[in-house]
Write a protein that binds this ligand. Sequence first.
Ligand code: PHE
Length: 333
Amino acid sequence: IAKELKNELEKIDDYQSFQNLKSKYLGKNGIIKSLMKNLKELDEEQRKNFGKNINELKNIIEEFFEEKLIILKEKERLLKEKESWIDVTIPGSKRKIGKISLISKTIRDIEEIFVGMGFSVAEGPEIENSWYNFDALNTPEWHPAREMQDTFYLSNDKKYLLRTHTSPVQIRTMLSNKPPLAIISPGRVYRKDELDATHSPVFHQVEGLFIDKNVSIAHIKMYLEYLAKKLFGDKVTILLRPSYFPFTEPSFEVDISCIFCEGKGCNICKNSGWIEILGAGLVHPNVLKSVHYDPDVWQGFAFGMGVERIALLKYNVPEMREFYKNDIRFIEI
Ligand code: PHE
């Protein structure tokens, strides 16, 4: 009987069959119990022997079941372990996290450079009164320079418009502050340009204004060369080329030397060795007068740059549209 049980036990490996087997041998109607029943029919001597044997058998059987139970439990434990096993050596999956756009990053970089030189950051509305956007900046309605910046007007009388540059912030700041002052004005600006590789009807500018006594072109050179070196590297130098803006006199276009893109293709400035990054000049006396500053006492310089253009050059971005497409591959640069 014990041998048979051993065979049967070997074949099973789940609790249900274990229980079935157990009741077959040790249960109420099990083999041991039925052997016990037979005892009654034997005489005393035989009963003693037989009883002893049955008890031994019972002990052996119980032992077998105990052993088997241990094996089953161990098996279950191993299975559970396998299911909940964690390989701590597998590299973790990389999570995507948000990134600041190149435009915001460039604006912050420029702000940081000027704040470090004592400038404050000033902001103003994107919907402007044309007086702030043009008239106060020496650009009355008849002035041909108004056409330099093709404007989105918001009213038929051309009184309200989307600002074409952040220069109106400078007018607002001068009207509400006394000189001397040094500010930069970052922000969104609008012009009727078709979206193409280098233009967008909405883009960003950082303009700057510095008002003090005895301000000269030497100040422009010093501040803007510092800006260029901080943005594009220490080897970069700047070139002032004469230009025209109604609100500055004299006016310049400011180039940086193409050293900054050496080894990076430099496609954009193949020929001359210089590339334009901003406009600048000494504040026109008429602008100072329109905010009631005395031009015989106060002078100033102003400058303005397109943020997309700076980012395009600095990060070697092939075209303006990339900034607005939200293409993940681009954003991850
Ligand atoms: N406001 C000019 C523009 O939008 C830039 C500029 C600002 C030029 C200040 C000279 C001085 O193009």
